[in-house]
Design a binder for this molecule. Sequence first.
Ligand code: PEP
Ligand code: MN
Length: 371
Amino acid sequence: MEISSLKSWFNGFDNYPFIIAGPCSAESEMQVMNIAAFLKATGKVNLFRAGIWKPRTRPGTFNGVGVKALKWLQRVQSELGLRVTVEVASPKHLEACLKHGIDVVWIGARTVSNPFSVEELSEALRGVDIPVLIKNPLSPDIDLWQGAVERIYSAGVRRIAAVHRGFSPFERTLYRNMPKWEIPIELRQRIINLPVICDPSHISGRSDFVHDISQKALDLTMSGLMIEVHQYPSKALSDSAQQLNFAQFTSLLDTLIIRKPTIDDRGFLNRLEELRNQIDSIDYQLIELVASRMNISEKMGEYKFKNNVTVLQMERWLEILRTRTEHGTLLNLEPSFIERIMTLIHQESIRIQTSILNNLKTNEDHWSEEQ
Ligand code: PEP
Ligand code: MN
């Protein structure tokens, strides 16, 4: 695929890292102008972002101000000389953006999750020369993400970048969205020259994690960052917990350590490093999974105590061993290896449950003595 580099998108796009910043949502003309003026003054922002049609998980929440904000964004362009980007989810949105001279559009995670919607957008983009940012889909499905890039490319668009915004977790995790760094790394391997920009705001869900995620993205030589910035984050109408205020954004830009990607980054050494980075990411997820398994074990310990069931139940353990080794075999893993892993995990689980049982028992004895 002949993807254009970010540098060639517009004049003045040759800095590294490429920075997209702005509020989650455009809320009022004054809010947009204030934030944009601040961002312009930093001298480090390539693109001003603002959502005007907000895809919300639950109905009844703020769903954006709509087309009237396109005029505010035109003021950002003409009065501040900043280029602007808006999320589009349908051909109608795209048409409104084109009519108002929006510089770049982005396709959000919810839209990318649906190939019908991406196809419709791709048809609407045929013959239109506007850069498109493509966020990852909600689920960690790399083929779906790659497919969206291919669909937009097939419309003739060459100025394309992917945006890594993390993946919906199936249960509560430290971050709002799981980074699963191995996926954007893999996407870069699959589509050579595709710029991948990280959106640490949606990965974090909380402003205090944005710095670490941004640094991680730069350490992985990602092409840039898309960061939510708001003048008064706590008053923001959407994503208030994750937006940075002006001081936080300034300090972020001042403290990030930037390692410029070199031409070497496409060579052998870099491939080794990329594979190591993928392994690192998977190891952390392994540990997180083991931790959630142990949390359930704890709950089971309490349940067993209340119902007077012994901690170890041999039949259940044999069943676990059998099913897990069988599943491992399907994935080409040695049964004896799976057996060793499961035995270790099971021993730890028994240890945790036994100590819970002992604690509960001591409390109960203590309590009955006092009666
Ligand atoms: C956003 O950028 O504000 C947004 C809605 O992002 P995502 O599609 O990644 O959830
Ligand atoms: Mn947002």
